[in-house]
Ligand binder design. Sequence first.
Ligand SMILES: Nc1ncnc2c1ncn2[C@@H]1O[C@H](COP(=O)(O)OP(=O)(O)OP(=O)(O)O)[C@@H](O)[C@H]1O
Length: 254
Amino acid sequence: MSKSPALTATLLEIANLTKSFDGVKAVEDVSLHLREGIITTLVGPNGAGKTTLFNLITGHLRPTAGDIRWQGESIVGTAPWKIARLGVARTFQDLRLFSHMTVFENVLTVMERSAWFWQSEAGSGAERHQRVHEILDATGLLHKADVRANDLAYAERKFLSVARIMATKAKMWLLDEPASGLDPRSYERFVALLRSEVRRGITICIIEHNLEIVVSISDRISFLDQGRLLADGEPEEILGNPELSSIYFGERNS
Ligand SMILES: Nc1ncnc2c1ncn2[C@@H]1O[C@H](COP(=O)(O)OP(=O)(O)OP(=O)(O)O)[C@@H](O)[C@H]1O
């Protein structure tokens, strides 16, 4: 674990958040602090509300009730592109790469579409290329710079999704099952990459199903079930709770 979660400030606060779809509460009265410079994992069975929570944070869904505060300011009703501009970036399970572009072009294009690029510090073309170069180096993709995303191996595609999010310079990364399906060596490299970004101050929130991954990657775990936050704490505390594991493994009676 990198540092005690209690010592870091809240970057994004979710307060009594509810989202209903035709009366069905996908998220119900959830309150949660996503703290700076750590990895928080959202865990829970299918339909627990994890993806809905991501969509609420990014502004793609509007809550039925409750608030979401970014550095203390409410962002409810803010357009997704504005929330991205504040510094929230997201990856998807299906990665959504620009499959016919090269690795280099994927990262450069995301960079050029990013909020910071349109603000003061975009720099010259050469500087941007240098930055893409650094990102590809950090993600182990430099030797693949000219390969089309379509032609990458599975693990390389996962690393490219992180390279793209690095190009946004977002402060908070929302990652949907970023490490699933990686072979052990790639997984180790992947966790090391996330850890080094967290050390640089990036805040990460991950949706993850695989408990081995959850154990090795999380500083903090938020456990959701049927839209409700059942528990929120350090990994040992959450994963050692027999009631939660019976819910997770589908052994409850209700
Ligand atoms: N657009 C929608 N319209 C209606 N119901 C929805 C919609 N999106 C999600 N739901 C419902 O909300 C609940 C929570 O779904 P959600 O996708 O957030 O869960 P999840 O924890 O991400 O699940 P999984 O692990 O299977 O991806 C589910 O019952 C789902 O059917």
